[in-house]
Design a protein around this ligand. Structure first.
Ligand SMILES: C[S@@+](CC[C@H](N)C(=O)[O-])C[C@H]1O[C@@H](n2cnc3c(N)ncnc32)[C@H](O)[C@@H]1O
Length: 209
């Protein structure tokens, strides 16, 4: 377990507090109101989404590969009295059956996984036909000048953000995937540096839906 991993987990919520307050929390709430049935969250971190899952959620599986995050996640779920299964696994290798989820949730995580294409294909593998993939990410800018700047700062930011790639083109990844985009929206992530400001939200339906 890396020392920086422990520090990152400890500081994560504090570093995001102003952004959550300025609108990200409301976006999480609106998006996650669509979660229902068996819900699998990828890289759930400290559990900032837990308060947003409503009564339509019957089973909640929270995946998280980083031990310092997973421990905070367990404590948060317990503190809130949320019944959840915490699975220590990366999004690229989900120990879950095909078509076993009604909803898969990815918030601020596809920027960090090492292999986003594999993570997305795993998400679609476990999603039942007609199930929903709910995505809320910061992404590569559609503005070429800002995208170039993101490319420039990515190596340093990746260290600071414990694996976060600020230039990751998650919107393009979804556009090329075998899914139907039901809804997508670009937005500005509030109260963050310019290079992590381009936000992207999507609701996608697994193939066969
Ligand atoms: C920026 S945090 C986001 C946490 C949470 N999803 C949220 O919305 O606040 C990124 C999370 O992705 C996790 N992570 C890193 N590599 C991962 C992987 N390969 N698969 C799944 N999660 C991963 C990190 O441990 C961390 O909890």
């Amino acid at each position: 377990m890396s020392l920086y991993g422990r520090i990152f987990a400890a500081l994560y919520e504090r570093s995001l507090a102003a952004t959550e307050e300025a609108g990200l929390r409301a976006r999480r709430a609106a998006l996650l109101a669509r979660a229902r049935g068996t819900v699998v969250e990828l890289g759930a971190g400290t559990g900032l989404n837990l308060v947003h899952y409503g009564p339509a959620v019957q089973r909640l599986v929270l995946t998280e590969p980083e031990e310092p995050m997973a421990r905070r996640l367990e404590a948060r779920a317990e503190g809130l009295g949320v019944r959840a299964e915490i699975v220590r696994a990366p999004a690229e290798h989900l120990p879950l059956a095909d078509a076993s989820a009604d909803t898969v949730v990815a918030t601020l995580v596809l920027c960090t996984v090492d292999d986003p294409a594999t993570a997305l294909s795993e998400a679609l593998r476990i999603l039942r036909p007609g199930g929903r993939l709910l995505v809320l990410e910061h992404v590569r800018s559609p503005d070429p000048a800002l995208a170039r700047f993101q490319d420039l700062v990515r190596p340093v930011w990746q260290r600071v953000g414990h694996g976060c790639r600020c230039n990751r083109d998650t919107a393009a990844l979804l556009a090329a995937a075998p899914l139907r985009l039901e809804r997508e929206e670009r937005f500005r992530v509030p109260k963050v540096a310019t290079f992590v400001r381009p936000g992207y939200e999507a609701v996608a339906v697994g193939e066969g839906g």
